[in-house]
Design a protein around this ligand. Structure first.
Ligand SMILES: Cc1cc2nc3c(=O)[nH]c(=O)nc-3n(C[C@H](O)[C@H](O)[C@H](O)COP(=O)(O)OP(=O)(O)OC[C@H]3O[C@@H](n4cnc5c(N)ncnc54)[C@H](O)[C@@H]3O)c2cc1C
Length: 406
């Protein structure tokens, strides 16, 4: 049988999981090729620890080539266009084509969507922004801290709330809590609205217990970095001394400008199979749009990119082996909510449940925080560290009755 080539576009969470699972399942003669512009794979959840000075950048990244399974090829290049009909891409390293293609190009911050945001906010959605936030915190003497969601959509629904809780903890640790106020502004009606009213109320309770004020349903018209103010549509001005920002997100240009993009710019997929409607082209993770039974989108989170990547890889391997492809993505997910003081809460549940996702929030507690640290190390630790952390997660997960394993 002639060797086949599977192109995996993007080497983030979804692309990495997909490529490694394909490598495990395919004939060694088949090629698995990951196209990724960054040399180093970033564990994005740890940006929250980087922003409060609890991590260095080199602790939360690892060269992608060290993380792919032996035999996975990595092409370091920028993808400039995608042709799903030909299953080919144009890149800064030339054109590439495959027998199968998996699109895992994620979501990119759109920092110019809201006027003034780019210059005003310490944007912890990038390593540079998170590091700048940590430096600003070092120089901070107390005052008004604002965490602002500039506009929707954004990835990781818990991130703004975790940021506020971690900043609060850090100010307390540094003796700056008393002279400081902390406010969270978001256009959302409640934290993590897709997860239902009870989840929103639980997260608001976490914020209130720490004296953090939450301002739901707040659209932001513009940011004025000169006067250090946020301007709301009714003209209200909100002053700040330290502004941590969550940028709105969009699909990368190569996807938005391709026939893959639905009306919104994201890639619509079958939620069970991750098929795009273009023959032998799957899409997974943040770049996709999946609408839940309650009409809300499946959140953009690594846990889903991970689960979808496994399903896409297994379906492709089955199809190439001439077997029926029966793996299906079930929408089960989990999420740590870092609460500061060495504690985290842990949300887990079924997002495809009807009429609403059925989720449970446990904690906050130290064991959940330890689980998140293990998860980080299982992802971007050294080789031995990754193995030990993974084993720790499996054992810990069994003891705690959850399946949050890498
Ligand atoms: C602060 C923060 C905290 C988070 N916390 C959590 C959490 O606790 N739990 C959770 O589940 N998720 C969390 N997330 C979200 C999670 O990181 C993402 O949802 C996940 O990474 C999505 O995986 P993906 O493979 O779809 O995209 P990504 O992991 O973003 O990967 C996309 C890849 O495509 C590459 N790429 C894009 N365009 C091109 C191009 N044109 N050419 C070449 N390469 C390209 C990018 O460089 C990137 O490596 C967090 C995110 C942030 C920012």
């Amino acid at each position: 049988m002639a060797a086949r080539t599977i192109l995996v576009l993007g080497g983030g969470v979804g692309g990495l999981v997909t490529a490694n699972e394909l490598r495990r399942r395919l004939d060694p003669a088949d090629r698995v090729v990951v196209v990724e512009r960054e040399r180093r794979h970033l564990f994005q959840p740890s940006l929250l620890w980087l922003m409060v000075g609890r991590r260095r950048r080199d602790q939360i990244e690892r060269p992608l080539r060290e993380l792919v399974a032996p035999g996975v090829e990595v092409v370091e290049a920028d993808i400039t266009s995608v042709d799903p009909a030909a299953r080919s891409v144009q890149t800064t390293a030339g054109s590439l084509a495959g027998d199968e293609m998996v699109v895992a190009l994620g979501a990119e911050p759109d920092r110019d969507a809201v006027p003034g945001y780019r210059d005003a906010a310490l944007d912890f959605f990038s390593p540079d922004g998170a590091a700048a936030c940590a430096r600003a915190l070092d120089a901070f003497k107390g005052g008004r801290v604002v965490v602002a969601v500039a506009a929707l959509p954004y990835k990781c629904p818990a991130a703004p709330y975790e940021a506020a809780l971690l900043l609060e903890d850090e100010l307390r640790r540094r003796g700056l809590r008393a002279p400081s106020e902390i406010d969270v502004y978001s256009p959302e009606p409640a934290p993590m609205p897709v997860a239902g009213a009870a989840m929103g109320a639980a997260v608001v309770a976490l914020l209130e217990a720490r004296g953090i004020r939450f301002h739901p349903g707040t659209k932001i018209e513009r940011f004025e970095p000169g006067s250090r103010e946020i301007v709301l549509p009714d003209g209200t001005r909100v002053g700040y001394d330290l502004l941590a920002g969550v940028p709105p997100h969009r699909a990368p240009a190569a996807v938005r400008e391709s026939p893959l993009a639905g009306g919104t710019g994201w890639v619509p997929v079958d939620r069970a199979t991750l098929e795009t409607g273009h023959e032998r082209v799957h899409a997974i993770g943040d770049v996709t749009s999946i609408t839940l039974a309650n009409g809300k989108p499946l959140p953009r989170a690594g846990v889903f990119a991970h689960g979808e990547g496994l399903v896409a890889a297994r379906r492709i391997a089955s199809a190439l082996a001439g077997r029926p492809a029966d793996d299906a993505f079930d929408g089960v997910g989990y999420c740590w909510v870092e609460a500061g003081a060495g504690r985290a809460a842990f949300a887990t549940g079924a997002f495809f449940a009807e009429p609403d996702p059925a989720l449970v929030l446990r904690g906050p507690g130290r064991s959940w925080h330890a689980g998140k640290v293990l998860f980080e190390r299982s992802w971007v630790g050294g080789r031995l560290e990754r193995r030990l952390a993974h084993a720790g997660l499996v054992v810990g997960g069994r003891l705690l009755g959850v399946t949050a394993t890498a």
